[in-house]
Write a protein that binds this ligand. Structure first.
Ligand SMILES: [Zn+2]
Length: 156
């Protein structure tokens, strides 16, 4: 099974979130940090980073794994309320960065291929630049997802 990496990208990002140095931070949850995705090609794309450096969801103790899933669902509910998509897609992969995290994608019928998974649809290289998270452009979206998340959050 894949091991947690020594220089883990997600641990570094959690460090920035803890120090108040991440403009893409939406909120800290009991089990993680909700942040905006690096690409906003799918507007409203978020990631729920797990505080525990587990590589597999089933490695978390039972109460913790249920709470993490509950809070991921709350983030998805907030994204849905803020962006009114046709569908939400959840992805939990970790093949490239094996530190537990869930992707939450709002999907729209106007997506390049609405019935296909997101991977392969997001622009790469120079085409990606215009979709990178931009605090000036996306600050309002962060605020609105944060507001919806505080509305739907249920204490654990
Ligand atoms: Zn990590």
């Amino acid at each position: 099974m894949a091991a947690h990496q020594d220089h883990c990208e997600i641990c570094r990002r959690i460090g920035r979130a803890r120090s108040g140095d991440d403009p893409a931070l939406i909120a800290e949850t009991d089990t993680g940090f909700a942040v905006m995705g690096d690409s906003q090609f799918f507007r409203g794309y978020c990631v729920h980073l797990c505080k525990d450096p587990a590589t597999e969801w089933h490695e978390l103790p039972r109460g913790r794994r249920l709470r993490y899933l509950e809070e991921t669902a709350q983030l998805a509910e907030a994204v849905a309320a803020a962006t009114r998509p046709h569908k939400i897609n959840y992805e939990c992969l970790g093949n490239q960065v094996p530190h537990l995290h869930f992707h939450v994608f709002p999907r729209r019928l106007t997506d390049p291929d609405p019935s296909a998974p997101v991977w392969g649809q997001m622009p790469t290289g120079t085409d990606a630049a215009g979709h990178a998270f931009d605090p000036r452009r996306d600050g309002g979206l962060v605020e609105s997802i944060r507001r919806e998340l505080s509305r739907v959050r249920v204490p654990g």
